[in-house]
Write a protein that binds this ligand. Structure first.
Ligand SMILES: [Zn+2]
Length: 225
């Protein structure tokens, strides 16, 4: 059974890559949000425990999350393995996951880091504009209006929500990136990190990841382009 961990900042496209890799490799893409929803829906003991935290708006504790991952690993569709997406997010979580897998005689085969420069992340995450009249959605990069600041459909003014402004996005990234770099450091030390350039087209990133998986990581190995 293979266990892969996807690592990437919001906007880096790791969820997309996890989906494609799961399909190509016959693995299950386990996004942490889905993991929680499944456990709650199936009303497992861990699901009930997780729900108590979620209902309070509190973080689900690491041992509960890891228990859910272990349950997920035991399901028949995961026989070939899983791609974890959204966990671990911190070094202690990565260490706890290692310990849990080790107890099962397993390990993280590779941590797949989709790296995108911060400026590019800000560009990707902050391009959303809405129209005042009916909430038509535009994106500076992928779906710009014909005239900047004006809705194509009804001519009303376009505005950005606070959450979508570059300065807000950048401030959020400043919080999110340091723990991610610690997770990267953890897997680098373990010799299982594979880094690919996530600023490339989606298919190129996929091919780089597949190549790296086909040639298992050695300590210090990196495919950063
Ligand atoms: Zn409009």
């Amino acid at each position: 059974m293979k266990v892969y961990v996807m690592i990437g900042a919001p906007g880096a496209g790791k969820g997309t890559q996890a989906d494609i890799l799961a399909e190509r490799l016959g693995l299950v893409h386990v996004a942490s949000g889905d993991l929680f929803r499944d456990a709650v829906r199936n009303d497992t003991a861990l699901g009930r425990e997780a729900r108590r935290y979620m209902e309070r708006g509190a973080l689900v504790p690491d041992p509960v999350v890891i228990g859910m991952i272990e349950e997920r690993l035991s399901r028949p569709d995961a026989a070939a393995g899983i791609i974890l997406d959204g966990f671990p997010r911190t070094r202690p979580q990565a260490e706890a996951l290692d310990a849990a897998l080790e107890r099962r005689g397993s390990r993280v085969d590779a941590a797949l880091y989709v790296g995108v420069p911060e400026d590019e992340l800000v560009k990707r995450l902050s391009g959303r504009w809405l129209c005042r009249a009916s909430g038509h959605v535009y994106n500076e990069a992928t779906h710009p209006p014909l005239v900047a600041g004006v809705c194509d459909a009804d001519g009303s003014e376009l505005y950005q929500r606070d959450d979508d402004r570059p300065e807000t996005v950048r401030a959020r990234l400043e919080q999110q990136l340091p723990p991610m770099y610690e997770v990267i450091d953890h897997y680098t030390t373990r010799g299982s990190l594979v880094a690919v350039d996530g600023a490339q087209p989606v298919e190129t990133v996929t091919e780089a990841l597949l190549r790296a998986i086909a040639h298992p990581a050695r300590p210090g190995r990196s495919e950063a382009a």
